[in-house]
Design a protein. Structure first.
Length: 189
């Protein structure tokens, strides 16, 4: 003890205390998520850009796998820079399921992609609305649609007696020119 009643520590005690402090700081640093510089197998960090070289999967056997909501932007966005790939891809392994479903809870409209009876299905419960709408804004010539453009296109092999487009009810609105075309089957080599 010194003259003020304090205990003096020797060199070994000081080194041991310093080593314990360094070990505590290192353990805390190792337990924290690595965020932007995360490696494969590290946790996702909310509010940061996470990257890796392996696919990230979430599996929930009996409930929603991932639920995302936003109050001021898109709920979920996906993108790709690869050719012939999709920004967002959905699939169902059940014959009565849907690959992707979309619903507007305010208007009551909804639709799906990749269903059991239709590749694309849309439903509009409101009079005056469209269940499906297509518009091509490119290559407009003289106020009409250009030769190679279409707002909505449907095709089927005529030799099988199939229809490229079927309309139940009246077909209406602004047709300036009706053009017939033949669709050749795609040949992958």
């Amino acid at each position: 003890m010194d003259g003020n009643g304090r205990t003096k520590l020797g060199r070994r005690a000081l080194l041991a205390a310093g080593a314990a402090g360094v070990a505590a700081v290192a353990a805390q640093a190792l337990a924290a998520p690595t965020g932007v510089r995360a490696n494969d197998g590290d946790p996702l960090t909310i509010g940061r850009t996470n990257s890796g070289t392996l696919e990230t999967m979430l599996h929930a056997p009996s409930s929603t796998g991932l639920s995302v909501a936003s109050g001021g932007g898109d709920g979920l966005a996906g993108g790709t820079s690869a050719a012939a790939k999709s920004g967002v891809y959905g699939y169902s392994m059940n014959a009565e399921g849907y690959g992707v479903t979309g619903r507007n809870t305010s208007s009551g409209t909804w639709g799906y992609l990749g269903g059991d009876h239709a590749a694309v299905y849309a439903e509009q419960p409101n009079a005056g609305g469209s269940a499906a709408y297509g518009f091509n804004q490119g290559s407009q010539v003289g106020g009409g649609l250009g030769a190679a453009s279409a707002g909505v296109y449907g095709g089927a092999p005529a030799v099988l007696g199939l229809f490229g487009l079927v309309v139940v009810g009246r077909a209406a609105g602004g047709v300036w020119r009706l053009r017939s075309c033949t669709v050749e089957p795609r040949r992958d080599t």
